[in-house]
Structure formats: structure tokens, C-alpha cells
Design a protein around this ligand. Structure first.
Ligand code: PMV
Length: 327
């Protein structure tokens, strides 16, 4: 049995603008994540000669048990419904990179503690964990760069035009300063800071909010480019603040980033309420995180105030709230 874990993630600053070439900051969230376990099954019917070649009904011999993402049964049964199937494509791309074939039969179990469609990177985490578990079950190794490339290809199925930030932060499992088509930069956190992360419980498809922002940008590119540039400048200032341990300024940058995200239409009354609740109950700043419309908000808190902010967020309608220290 081979297993691999991939963490969830949150975007600290720069979502949406990152699709238009501005930088963004994101961190992994190892408190939640996806575990993929793969068992190579040797049955009386199987022998090395019966290797599953990708041209030989291979999907029927791969069994998936993944209640968290609504999958159970053979890979073939689902692939008939959704084309292309992200799990099947992940396996195909991994085998392509490894130059391998699938021996015997595979039982794949996927468990996840990441809420789906909530801005925590559930899709990218499934892909990254699956690529790594499959690679080790075949006794091979794969570079982070290749894992990231495969995960980016699969993100395109989920999001249409992803920037690549989700797959990158989840593959490298480190805080990243991300800019499309630029080398990955892992950033240092000078002094640890505490985040209260509240899930609104509202599932929202990132490709929809990204598509809506694109429609607005097409109508008035000058205005939206200016907003994206403002967001990009906040990202750079926030990175400096994190690297210098200037946590007070970081809170103010979050508030400003949230206002700009409202301006591009990706907030919602519930997200605004959660942000306001966090701020009026002692947070140093707060903003929505990820695609928006639903999903989660993040609030920066002094450690001693975090529990109080957490309970105020529950009272304001959050479905689940976690406290994490970024170090
Ligand atoms: O997957 P989410 O909801 O965290 O959103 C990703 C961030 C966006 O900037 C909205 C989209 C992207 O591809 O960067």
C-alpha cells in the first residue's frame, strides 16, 4: 500500500488579480488535506502479462473509493459520465511522465478533510496526492516540478483559466509568492502570525467568479487593470510586511484587499458580514480568500483574541472556523 498526503491552502492576498499577471501570496494549510492510498491487487486473474495498458479498458480495472468527492466504483463508470474525467486524466498524465504502465489492478482510496468548492484547494490537493501515491506505488520517483505541471493541467479542467497558484502552493507545501509564468518564490515568515479562517459553508465555483470578472474586465479593461495593479501593489507590500514581521500593517492591507475584491464583484453579503464581524471583534484585518461569492474569509488576529473572534464568526453564520499559526 502506498499513500500520499497533500495539504489544503489559503490565498492571503492577490486572488483574481493573479489571473491577470499580478503577484499573489498563498500558504499551505496542513490541518486539512487529502490522503490517497493505492493498493496494487494481485488476483488469480492477474499476472504481469496482463498489465493494464492504456489502450486496454484500463479504467475498468481501477477501483476508486472517494466518498468525500462523491466517487465510488470503477474509474470507467464515472469516466463515461464526465469527459474528461480529472482522476483518469491525472493517472494518464502521471504514467506518461513516468513512462510507465499500470500493473495488475489498482484500488485507490481517497479521503479528504477539505470542504469542496470553498477556496481551500480541494481539487489541486486530490491531484497532487494522487500523482505522488501512484508514483510511489509503482516504485518510481517524480520531481515537484512535474507534479506541479500535471496538477496545473488538471486545474484547467476545474477552473478553465487558472493562474496556477493553487497547484503550486499545494505541490511545494510552502508559503509562495506566485506570479504567472515566473519562477516560484518561496517566502519567509519573519514572525509567526495567527489567522482565523471561517468557511461560509457556501459552495461557489471558482470558474464562475473568474468568468464574471473576465466579462467585467472586457467591458472596461482600463478600470479593471487599474484595480488589479492596486491589488498587486498590496501583495508586494504585504510580502514585505510578512518578511519584516510588521503584522499591524498586514491587517490594514487585508482590509484594503477585501474592498478591492468587493469592487470586482466577488464578495457576497455573507462574506462581507463575516469580514466585518471579525474586524469589529478584534481582528487586525480580514478579507475573503480564493474565488469568492462563497468559500472562506481569513482574519488576522492577535493570538489571545483568536478564540473570541472564532466564536463571533460562528454567531455571524460561519459553518466552520479554524485557527492557524503561520510560521
Ligand atoms: O481555488 P480558489 O477558489 O482558491 O481560487 C483561486 C484563485 C483565483 O485567483 C480566483 C483563480 C486563480 O486561478 O488564480
Amino acid at each position: 500500500m502506498s499513500s500520499a498526503f497533500a495539504p489544503g491552502k489559503v490565498i492571503l492576498f492577490g486572488e483574481h488579480a493573479v489571473v491577470y499577471g499580478r503577484p499573489a501570496l498563498a500558504i499551505p494549510l496542513p490541518q486539512i488535506g487529502v490522503t490517497v492510498s493505492i493498493e496494487i491487487v494481485q488476483s488469480s486473474q492477474s499476472s504481469p502479462e496482463q498489465e493494464i495498458s492504456l489502450t486496454n479498458n484500463w479504467k475498468e480495472r481501477v477501483s476508486i473509493e472517494a466518498p468525500a468527492i462523491g466517487r465510488a466504483g470503477s474509474l470507467a463508470s464515472f469516466s463515461k459520465l464526465q469527459k474528461p474525467d480529472p482522476l483518469a486524466l491525472t493517472i494518464e498524465k502521471t504514467l506518461e511522465v513516468l513512462n510507465g504502465t499500470l500493473p495488475y489492478f489498482l484500488n485507490i482510496s481517497i479521503t479528504s478533510t477539505i470542504p469542496v468548492a470553498s477556496g481551500f484547494g480541494s481539487g489541486a490537493a486530490v491531484t497532487v496526492a494522487l500523482v505522488r501515491a501512484l508514483t510511489s506505488s509503482l516504485g518510481k520517483s517524480i520531481s515537484d516540478e512535474k507534479v506541479n505541471q500535471i496538477a496545473f493541467e488538471i486545474e484547467k479542467l476545474y477552473h478553465g483559466t487558472p493562474s496556477g497558484i493553487d497547484n503550486t502552493v499545494i505541490t511545494y507545501a510552502n508559503p509562495v509568492y506566485f506570479k504567472k509564468n515566473s519562477p516560484i518564490q518561496i517566502f519567509q515568515v519573519q514572525s509567526p502570525f495567527t489567522l482565523v479562517i471561517a468557511d461560509s459553508g457556501v459552495e461557489a465555483a471558482t470558474h464562475e467568479s473568474v468568468g464574471d470578472v473576465r466579462a467585467l474586465w472586457l467591458v472596461d479593461p482600463k478600470r479593471y487593470e487599474a484595480i488589479f495593479t492596486e491589488i498587486g501593489s498590496l501583495v508586494d507590500q504585504a510580502r514585505d510586511a510578512i518578511q519584516n514581521g510588521d503584522i499591524e500593517s498586514l491587517g490594514a492591507f487585508m482590509n484594503q484587499n477585501h474592498i478591492l475584491l468587493r469592487e470586482i464583484s466577488v464578495s457576497s453579503p455573507l462574506l462581507d458580514r463575516l469580514v466585518l464581524t471579525a474586524c469589529t471583534n478584534g481582528a487586525l484585518g480580514a478579507k475573503l480568500s480564493g474565488g469568492g461569492r462563497g468559500g472562506n474569509i481569513i482574519a488576522l488576529a492577535e493570538p489571545k483574541k483568536a478564540e473570541f473572534i472564532k466564536s463571533s464568526l460562528y454567531s455571524a453564520g460561519a459553518k466552520s472556523v479554524m485557527i492557524t499559526t503561520v510560521e
